[in-house]
Design a protein around this ligand. Structure first.
Ligand SMILES: C[S@@+](CC[C@H](N)C(=O)[O-])C[C@H]1O[C@@H](n2cnc3c(N)ncnc32)[C@H](O)[C@@H]1O
Length: 698
């Protein structure tokens, strides 16, 4: 458990309250600082952490404070200077399938459904969704409810009530991504707690949206002004006491020996860790000016990563991997956001109801909610509820799905159309399958596949509950497609992943992911994506698209997989996801360069978008050129199609193009050597490629 976690009862002062952000932000947080009992020297209750604060917003009450510490820091965001100090990370690591399967199960993040805790928040507005196509009520047949299933999904257990106040919900935030990718809006307290009525929904919503945009613009201007500000050095090491005297020794980075000693003695006090993190961030922001003479940048980074790992409770490997994704300041925002639950969100099932009707029904039961944002016309954000959201009559009748906002994104990007033939390659528990079925208005067919048979029970239960009549559930390893069946108009591969985007929901990720897990996952994802591509029909009259998504933020599970697919399948290209927000995918990272079109992919972050970390890429699959590369031509096998589906499969079902054996060879060889050794046999000498691999691993 991290120091921060351990200290939850009487936690130290917020890392954010005296921080590395702008003068203006410091002012905003002074109210918190005043309440922290700094003068009496006692550890004070940690102020509530809010993602909005991390974004430099958080006005409201805090604004009231006029007492401002005369400190100057810069809000200027820097390029990740540390990002390319090292070489590449060996993303193309692959292990043999046998080992992969053995390790795969416990490694995956298997659900991207929300499992919200209890929450409390203010009322906010609801927009009228009149005229929204997807909200049209669709008459359906009598519904089948599956009350008996114990696999009814994680969400059934979700019973948010007023009893437990989440940090996130204390100040409700909308998920309103703006052009600057700043999430949320601030609301005046009275407005937030004004009761929502059907009358005021539309007006309040419009006002909120306008305010969010205006604030985003203000933030950009503010950030620019802060960047231009003269951010002369401020000695944050020294703090003034009541008499204005400096009473803290200047910060000094521990030497390697001191760090060893510190580790041996069980690590330093949490306050010291906090201060050291703050100081390291400050120094790294202006290294040449602030660093101690003779100390390298990497020493500060090493210390900071070690402190992040101990403070937030990560293993050092993962702390570093995540740290390296961002500029230093932003990395801290990311780690902080992972300590805060994301908003509880639901998706209206337009097969059974309209969002407006659902909202009204839930409001009548004492649920406070509002539309998620303009980018979705089916999402609702729940702030407070007197009833368990996973057990209302509306829930049981299938009028909504408890679903993280980020989970809407790949389906919006794929945009399946009525009467199409769609494959959801890794679909349990069915949040995205049922969303697609609704967009297709219960026409065409969605093959909902998942390799884990046990998980298909909850998938089936959800399909029934939501009244989806166009879904066929099956359980194959995704790598068996398109041999099982191909020729789809659209394919969704919501791949099994490490779950680094959902740490706030599943903190076990902090400690249970090793380098090997990432290697194996990346390999599996690469195999799956090739099979997904080969399952799309380039002949499709309406589609011919694949969407690849993960709830992870690491590059080897995202851009590296997409880049690999582009290299291995020249007949595919990336296209715009159609999503209105999200950061561009990396086109280069730590010495690796990806196909420039990877910028079309989208990244989503908890600290930026107030939703789970997520990644979405959309491919268009074109016809393959007639002359296959030799290796591929040799590997092509006839497609085996299950008799039951033969009639549906177009003649032009693409052939499986196979994996890249030459790339896999050294990994397979290494695995074979290991197996031989385990059996007490002497393995043959390594080939050149395997020797190189072993050297890299060492
Ligand atoms: C991120 S979850 C999918 C969530 C789902 N798309 C939804 O929206 O509810 C990944 C899924 O991949 C499944 N999976 C893991 N390995 C697989 C494989 N080789 N082929 C197909 N599915 C696999 C897991 O069982 C898990 O249910």
């Amino acid at each position: 458990m991290g120091r921060r976690a351990k200290n939850k009862q009487a936690p130290p002062e917020s890392l954010d309250s005296k921080t590395w952000t702008s003068k203006k932000q410091l002012g905003k947080r002074k109210a918190d600082a005043d309440n922290e009992g700094q003068d009496d020297g006692k550890p004070s209750p940690r102020p509530t952490k809010r993602v909005k604060d991390l974004n430099g917003k958080g006005k409201g009450k805090e604004k009231a404070s006029t007492k401002e510490k005369p400190q100057k820091t810069s809000k200027k965001k820097k390029a990740p200077e540390h990002a390319d100090e090292d070489g590449s990370e060996g993303w193309e690591d692959v292990e043999d399938d046998e080992e992969l399967q053995a390790h795969s199960r416990p490694m995956f993040n298997e659900s991207d459904e929300e499992e919200p805790g209890a929450f409390v928040g203010g009322l906010d507005d609801l927009e009228s969704d009149e005229g929204e196509e997807n909200d049209e009520y669709l008459e359906g047949e009598a519904q089948e409810f599956d009350f008996g299933s114990d696999d009814e999904e994680e969400e059934v257990q979700v019973a948010p009530t007023k009893s437990k106040k989440s940090k996130q919900a204390e100040r409700p935030k909308k998920i309103i991504p703006t052009q600057s990718d700043q999430s949320s809006s601030d609301s005046d307290e009275e407005e937030e707690y004004e009761r929502v009525t059907m009358k005021n929904m539309a007006a309040r919503s419009q006002k909120l949206e306008a305010r969010a945009v205006a604030e985003a613009e203000l933030d950009i201007a503010e950030a620019q002004a802060a960047a231009e500000e003269d951010d002369d050095d401020v000695d944050m090491d020294a703090e003034e006491d009541a008499n204005g005297d400096m009473n803290i020794e200047p910060f000094r980075l521990p030497t390697a020996e001191e760090r060893e000693k510190e580790k041996a003695s069980g690590g330093p006090d949490v306050h010291l860790v906090q201060r050291r993190m703050r100081e390291c961030v400050r120094v790294l922001a202006k290294f040449s000016k602030r660093a101690e003479k003779g100390r390298a940048r990497s020493e500060y980074i090493d210390q900071l990563v070690a402190d992040i790992a101990s403070y937030y409770g990560y293993n050092e490997f993962l702390a570093e991997k995540l740290f390296l994704l961002f500029p230093v300041n932003e990395a801290i925002e990311f780690f902080e956001a992972n300590e805060v639950p994301r908003p509880v969100t639901i998706r209206t099932n337009t097969l059974k109801t309209r969002r407006r009707d659902l909202a009204q029904g839930l409001v009548n039961r004492g649920v406070n909610l509002e539309p998620i944002g303009k980018w979705t016309n089916v999402g609702l954000q729940v702030f407070e509820s007197n009833v368990p959201i996973g057990a209302t009559p509306e829930y049981l009748a299938g009028h909504y799905m408890l679903q993280a906002a980020s989970s809407f994104l790949p389906v919006i990007a794929l945009s399946p159309e009525p009467n199409e033939r769609v494959l959801d390659m890794a679909s349990a528990p069915g949040g995205k399958t049922t969303h697609m079925a609704a967009l297709m208005q219960n026409t065409g067919v969605v093959f909902a596949n998942d390799a884990n048979k046990a998980r298909t029970k909850s998938l089936t239960a959800n399909v029934h509950r939501l009244g989806c009549k166009n879904v066929i559930v099956c359980s194959y390893d995704g790598r068996e497609f398109p041999k099982v069946m191909g020729g789809f108009d659209r394919v969704l591969l919501d791949a099994p992943c490490s779950g680094t985007g959902v740490i706030s929901k599943d903190p076990s990720v902090k400690i249970n992911k090793s380098e090997r897990d990432f290697t194996l996952l990346s390999h599996l994802q690469k195999q799956l994506i090739l099979c997904a591509i080969d399952s799309v029909s380039p002949e499709s009259k309406t589609g011919g698209y694949l969407v690849y998504s993960t709830c992870s933020v690491t590059v080897e599970e995202n851009e590296a997989v997409v880049d690999y697919a582009l290299r291995k399948r020249p007949n595919v290209k990336l296209v715009d996801t159609g999503l209105q927000f999200g950061r561009e995918g990396f086109t280069s990272y730590r010495g690796k360069t990806f196909n420039p079109s990877v910028h079309l992919t989208r990244r989503f972050y908890p600290h930026v978008h107030n939703m789970d970390g997520f990644y979405v890429a959309k491919f268009k699959v074109e016809k393959r050129s007639k002359t296959l590369p030799k290796a591929d031509a040799e590997e092509s096998e006839p497609v085996i199609v299950d008799d039951a589906f033969k009639a549906d499969v177009p003649e032009e079902t693409p052939k499986f193009q196979g994996f890249d054996e030459s790339e896999d060879a050294p990994y397979l060889e290494e695995a074979k050597r290991k197996r031989m050794k385990a059996k007490g046999l002497r393995p043959p000498p390594r080939s050149k490629a395997a020797a190189k691999l072993a050297e890299e691993k060492a």
